[in-house]
Design a protein around this ligand. Structure first.
Ligand code: 5AD
Ligand code: SF4
Length: 436
């Protein structure tokens, strides 16, 4: 009995697929990377933009012939797209060969779904309207990619940015008990994981739903830093309206915390930020960037940007462009606005045509490419703490805290941290040498 899981979307989904895998393994399934060898196929889906939904529908369609050749194959669809309004009905209608479909709020029932389906071969469709709490003690089969382990700290989102479907498919914000988190991290460090990445739609609002107001994100970070061992902490995603000076200081003053901050701006125009319901201004955002650079001069800062939001004029777009040029991000993830049903922005006037969106995103990406190239060239002579991940023909591949690959020719031990000085940037690759 083999399982094949395909994951679409963000790290939250990647981690949830590890839970699905854990449950399957506890039912004696083993993993396969070949979809044709599987006795159960699971698609863990995403619906953040229309493009990904179309891709998923195409991918589900391709299962039809596999199912034809193997009548005993079980096909399960879950995740954000399955949870989104009307999608489970659509999937069933379009793809009658799908056996099990469930949403984001009841993945802990996956095992039961499989057992029941095997018993009576009745199709299962179970989409809960609301999330009710947090489920601990789900088996997890971790990917262990680059020695990283994902750890949930809060689920859901209360922000309702006007373009975003996440609050509708992930429910209201719920924070995990901090002791549960600390225990999980402790166990992972004992198992040898070198990076612990804390996950939340908005990590900065961790604890907002607790009565005890002393338990917040900064408190949690400090507690995790107290855990003994050779490991580092990362986290995503931060929200500019909630990132506090206290958190920035905590990041700055703890060696275990990676100096890597993903801080989505979405737009550089205050008018668009207001329409997006982001609850901060460009000026406030820039103050945060100044604070980060004051306390953590070598911080790696990345962002998300949406171009072509309804009402975005050329001037609004240029404000975004100029802000990117001013902040000189280390990483920019840019997206064209995509209408999501049920969101406020879906019904907004002055929708932007696709051509304009394409022109704008292209212009922005040209800028970010040149900034990245400049940054890579400027990094020559600088020292980074890296982890050795693989031996290749060119030398050892190592990875910095921010995920940059640096090729090193010295003898290294896999999964160990080293300090490496950048010696060369060529053919879009960074090369470095070991320093003591
Ligand atoms: N259209 C385009 N991009 C979106 N994002 C979220 N919703 C949409 C949408 N409707 C982007 C945001 C967010 C990232 C995860 O995806 O930039 O930060
Ligand atoms: Fe979506 Fe905004 Fe919540 Fe992020 S903070 S998940 S963009 S609603």
């Amino acid at each position: 009995m083999k399982y094949y899981i395909k994951t679409f979307g963000c790290q939250m989904n990647v981690h949830e697929s590890e839970k699905l895998a854990g449950m399957l393994e506890s039912l004696n399934y083993t993993k396969t990377d070949k979809i044709n060898d599987a006795s159960i196929i699971v698609f863990n889906t995403c619906c953040i933009r229309d493009g990904v939904e179309q891709k998923i529908l195409g991918n589900i369609g391709q299962i039809k012939k596999i199912k034809k050749a193997n009548k005993d194959l079980i096909v399960a669809i879950c995740g954000c797209m399955a949870q989104a309004d009307g999608r489970s009905e659509l999937i069933y209608k379009k793809f009658p060969f799908v056996d099990i479909i469930f949403g984001t709020h009841n993945i802990h029932l996956f095992k039961e779904f499989i057992i029941n389906f095997k018993r009576n071969h009745k199709k299962i469709s179970d989409i809960w309207k609301e999330a009710n709490g947090i489920y601990e003690n789900i088996e997890i089969s971790r990917d262990n990619l680059y020695s990283n382990a994902w750890v949930n700290i809060n689920f859901g989102c209360n922000n309702f940015c006007s373009y975003c479907i996440v609050p509708y498919v992930r429910g209201r914000e719920r924070s995990r008990n901090y002791q549960e988190i600390v225990n999980e991290v402790e166990a992972l460090v004992k198992q040898g994981y070198k990076y612990i990445t804390l996950l939340g739609q908005n990590v900065n609002s961790y604890g907002n739903d607790f009565e005890d107001k002393s338990i917040n994100f900064s408190f949690l970070l400090k507690k995790i830093c107290e855990i003994k061992g050779d490991f580092k902490i990362k986290f995503m995603t931060s929200h500019p309206k909630d990132l506090s000076e206290d958190v920035i200081k905590t990041i700055a003053s703890n060696d275990k915390i990676c100096k890597v901050i993903h801080l989505p701006i979405q737009s550089g125009s205050n008018k668009i930020l207001r329409l997006m319901n982001r609850k901060y201004t460009k000026e406030h955002y820039l103050t945060l960037i100044d604070l980060i650079r004051k306390y953590i001069p070598d911080a790696y800062i990345s962002t998300d940007i949406i171009v072509g939001f309804p009402g975005e004029t050329e001037e609004d777009f240029m404000e975004t462009y100029n802000l990117v040029n001013q902040v000189k991000y280390d990483g920019v993830f840019a997206f064209m606005f995509s209408k999501r049903s049920g969101t406020v922005a879906e019904k907004m006037e002055n929708q932007i045509d696709e051509e304009t969106k394409k022109t704008r995103i292209h212009k922005l990406l040209e800028l970010t490419k040149s900034i990245t190239k400049q940054k890579n060239e400027n990094s020559i002579g600088k020292t980074f703490n890296v982890i050795a991940i693989e031996k290749s023909e060119k030398g050892f591949l190592t990875m910095s805290d921010s995920g940059k690959t640096i090729i090193v020719n010295d003898e290294l031990e896999i999964n160990k941290f080293y300090n490496v000085e950048i010696t060369k940037f060529a053919y879009n690759k960074l090369f470095g040498k070991l320093v003591n």
